[in-house]
Design a protein around this ligand. Sequence first.
Ligand code: UGA
Length: 441
Amino acid sequence: MKITIFGSGYVGLVTGACFAEVGNDVLCVDIDQDKIKRLQEGHIPIYEPGLEDIVIENSREGRLRFTSDIAEGVGFGLYQFIAVGTPPDEDGSADLRHVLSVAESIGTHMQEYRIVINKSTVPVGTADLVREKISSVLSERAAAIDFDVVSNPEFLKEGDAVNDFMKPERIVIGVDNPRTKELLRFLYSPFNRSHERFLAMDVRSAELTKYAANAMLATKISFMNEIANISERVGADVEAVRRGIGSDSRIGFPFIYPGVGYGGSCFPKDVQALERTARKYGYDSRILQAVEAVNHDQKLSIVEKIKAHFGGSLKGRTLAIWGLAFKPNTDDMREAPSRVVIEALWKEGAVVRVYDPVAMEEAERIYGKKDDLYYAANPEDAVKGSDALVILTEWMVFRSPDFEMMKRDLLSPVVFDGRNIYNPEFMEQSGFTYYSIGRLP
Ligand code: UGA
């Protein structure tokens, strides 16, 4: 099958590489010529386990190619995926500029039937806008060429994206005619094994499914963070509560881990965008507003604990920070709790010594050189001479550190754990003052 993917970012690259991996001919198109050149040379612009191998392998086999020639892209695939970014605009709504510009290009260059597939996370109604855009360009050209627009949201998790694509829990397709539905079913058949995972529905429901999934997951997290905050006040242990409610199969264990708030390029943006969509249609979504507000405060609540411990002022204090990425197995710092925490610590007059196993380059790109920021070479280096340690991402390597070293190198043995990775009893016995999220000290 011939497939064109517009946008060689996170979603586009994973989608392209995985379709090539099962034998399709894939052409990835991006307007960023530098990125395309680097991809042609086998350099992957993002950190994603397993992705580099399949990109290199499939490029070598000739099944995966990269170009910045848009007309070539439109001419290539029967299936035209739109996987470009939809960043939030000033009011939090998704900015559709890139999506519509791809639609315009498709309308401008297409010569025969095309299936245009929206993979970007786009507000309900976007497929209609894409359809209108292509139709209007075609009519300007006085070209009568048939096409379909399909919604096919992706459910990839950063850090596990290749696996999520190759073994999806569901393949959601929003499509309004049976023939196109069958073409999509055929395209996805290598990933639709063992039991039926193909969920076809109308276009708007597919578009909303994506937002509803992320908003539900974000809601679980904010809800659990609220339970953690209540636990701290009433003297309960949120870990026990988590086990207690997670064992109810109607609730389940995933996504009920309290922490320093959710981050990343999806949850914050999607919760906001869905709230704005609801508002646009005259509905006031109090739940989505609360999910966002709780998450905002949660990122700052650890700073309040640090301040309280040091008597209300952090002037002249140095804090070691372990973890900058918004979650483990990625170097992504978009909307990361670490950024909110570090920036709040700076405001309070503190200096930070930061360490992350993979996000150091990204941190340097964001913050550059600063007097109140030291990029540590390893976890030990971050701790050295700091007044306390703050853990913001639950990387494996932080789970079993040399606690004796920590005690020796910290000015005072104080740990603020934003991810609940240590046992409070053990920490106390080991002589640490240990703060975590919603647990009994
Ligand atoms: C999320 C969804 O999980 C994917 O299904 C979806 O496809 C993707 O967004 C997207 O829309 O593209 P991702 O942003 O990669 O994926 O990250 P998650 O693993 O979902 O984590 C999001 C945030 O929630 C992280 O900051 C994480 O630390 C936090 N989290 C997660 C918690 O605080 N507690 C939990 O119990 C689980």
